[in-house]
Design a protein around this ligand. Structure first.
Ligand SMILES: Nc1ncnc2c1ncn2[C@@H]1O[C@H](COP(=O)(O)OP(=O)(O)O)[C@@H](O)[C@H]1O
Ligand SMILES: [Mg+2]
Length: 240
């Protein structure tokens, strides 16, 4: 492969996992979750990860996001081998290239929606004014322009998740990773937040990897994979 081709490939692949394996070990107890998983996310692509409870979906997402270390195999984010980076460098790459949305919003309770959404930018070294302007823009995009001074406890469940989506996208990450981001919402609110994530990802050309067990929502993404019995398999669109 020429160097030029290698660079082009690195640019179009946002996350690449090779022969990924995870076994939890606590004391003498070993819990093998999966082994030898290959997975790729291309720029702008949206991928759903389906699987039964306990199949290892959160584990996989944590490994892809550099929040946990694999037992075997490698994860590359934006072409960089995660295992080769120092903790600090990995943290920086994570903050720059990835956004996270969890089932429970994980907003800081003592900070306003605006401050929560600014946080990734401030951690990345942005100036306060610029961070506030960008965070406000995102909060407006998720329909929370009138709630920016509210703390998480003063927002509804759906509003909190929308604030979490704003926070995840504020840094213009290459990829947003969502672990059942709508799993804790009623069906209608879940649908709205889901559509919002898709819209924003399209508008910003961000990739999106979403763990969900809602097949109806999964069907709206470009690609669906299923984690089943420690294997990851592509699901044909008409089989979802
Ligand atoms: N920190 C941990 N220590 C030991 N076992 C764990 C840990 N986290 C998850 N597991 C186990 O790994 C398996 C996969 O968990 P998880 O990735 O959370 O599944 P899912 O998100 O698909 O429900 C489960 O059997 C779970 O009990
Ligand atoms: Mg999970």
């Amino acid at each position: 492969m020429s160097e030029e081709t290698a660079v082009a490939q690195a640019d179009s692949t946002v996350i690449r996992a090779e022969a990924l394996g995870k076994t939890y070990a606590e004391g003498r107890m070993r819990t093998p979750v999966f082994d030898g998983l290959d997975f790729r996310v291309e720029a702008g692509e949206t991928v759903a990860i389906l699987g039964a409870s306990g199949a290892g979906k959160s584990t996989l997402l944590h490994l892809l996001g550099g929040l946990d270390t694999p037992t075997s195999g490698e994860v590359y984010v934006a072409g960089q081998k995660m295992s080769a980076l120092s903790d600090a460098a990995r943290g920086q790459l994570r903050n720059r290239a990835l956004g996270f949305v969890y089932q429970f919003h994980h907003l800081l309770p003592e900070f306003t929606a605006l401050e929560n959404a600014m946080l990734p930018l401030l951690l990345g070294g942005a100036a306060t004014d610029a961070a506030a302007a960008r965070a406000r823009e995102l909060l407006e995009a998720v329909g929370l322009g009138h709630r920016i001074e509210h703390k998480p406890g003063e927002l509804s469940g759906g509003e909190r998740q929308r604030a979490a989506v704003a926070r995840a996208l504020v840094n213009r990450p290459a990829c947003v990773l969502g672990d059942e981001p709508t799993g804790n919402l009623d069906e209608r609110t879940a649908g709205t937040v889901f559509e919002l994530m898709l819209e924003l990802n399209r508008a910003q050309r961000t990739s999106l990897v979403l763990v969900t067990h809602d097949r109806r929502l999964a069907r709206k993404l470009d690609r669906v994979v299923e984690l089943h019995e420690a294997r990851l398999r592509e699901v044909a669109p008409d089989q979802v």
